[in-house]
Design a protein around this ligand. Structure first.
Ligand SMILES: NC(=O)c1ccc[n+]([C@@H]2O[C@H](COP(=O)([O-])OP(=O)(O)OC[C@H]3O[C@@H](n4cnc5c(N)ncnc54)[C@H](O)[C@@H]3O)[C@@H](O)[C@H]2O)c1
Length: 242
């Protein structure tokens, strides 16, 4: 039973693993027995292989994954977690701002998945876990069009890659969190009116912590989910049930 959530002997990568949800996911995957490589602009100090990498730079991503495969013996799990938001009304966001959100949240996730899949095929399969968002499944509660567009695309890219790579034994799933207190959401949690609006959309009355999101990442990466692919798992305190 316990083996369902064990990752002993597995090599995992977490993008944006230096802070927030990525850091919590890194810790939990390590606790489950995986060797974890963390790719981040600011990889910081601590356990695991820490690689400074801007994941929007395709050549840097290619080099980083090659290094992980060399040092950890292969790649079994990729958590596409690095992401950003520029919360502005659609009429005000510049094209460059729009593009920077799409480049990180969608294009880097696609490129990372494509490179990782090459290594996973050599191991007879693997698991990719994408960080989507409830904003990829709803119109949200305040203007954030670039983020919503990017996360909506992550939802359907997850399904498309799951189908394309199922025959290779590569599972592709996503986690869709509601609001979680991290650096990304300081503008939300520090604004009482916004936080009140968020809580009005939170039937359980409690928002998840980073560890709650990491638990969903572990489930989707682990043998427990060996027959799960192409799904988007909300960890949303009931947000989407309305
Ligand atoms: N916090 C939330 O409420 C929430 C809700 C839904 C979805 N998400 C998603 O979860 C993921 C993680 O969010 P978080 O809240 O932990 O964010 P965070 O800002 O706390 O952490 C993001 C990490 O990504 C790194 N990063 C940023 N740009 C990068 C780049 N170009 N290359 C490499 N690393 C880069 C940062 O250095 C940081 O360590 C994101 O995809 C986010 O969209 C977060």
């Amino acid at each position: 039973m316990n083996d369902l959530f064990r990752l002993d002997g597995k090599a995992a990568i977490v993008t944006g693993g230096g802070h927030g949800i990525g850091a919590a996911s890194t810790r939990l995957l390590q606790q489950a027995g995986a060797q974890v490589a963390l790719l981040d602009l600011e990889p910081g100090e601590g356990a695991g292989l820490r690689i400074a990498c801007d994941v929007t730079d395709e050549a840097a991503l290619e080099d980083a994954l090659a290094r992980v495969a060399r040092e950890l013996g292969g790649i079994d799990i990729l958590v596409n977690n690095a992401g950003r938001a520029i919360r502005k009304p659609a009429a005000e966001i510049t094209r460059a701002e729009w593009q920077s959100v799409i480049d990180l949240n969608l294009t880097a996730l696609f490129l990372g998945s494509r490179i990782a899949a090459r290594y996973m095929r050599r191991r007879g399969g693997g698991s990719i876990v994408n960080l989507a968002s409830i904003m990829g499944l709803s119109g949200g509660i305040f203007p954030n069009a670039s983020y919503q567009a990017s996360k909506g695309a992550v939802v359907n890219l997850t399904r498309a890659l799951a189908l394309e790579w199922a025959a290779d034994g590569i599972r592709v799933n996503a986690v869709a969190p509601t609001f979680v207190r991290t650096a990304l959401t300081v503008p939300v949690f520090s604004n009482p009116a916004l936080l009140e609006a968020v809580m009005a959309h939170t039937p359980l009355g409690v928002l998840p912590e980073v560890e709650d999101i990491a638990a969903a990442v572990l489930y989707l990466a682990a043998p427990a989910a060996r027959c799960v692919t192409g799904i988007v798992l909300p960890v949303d305190s009931g947000y989407l049930a309305r």
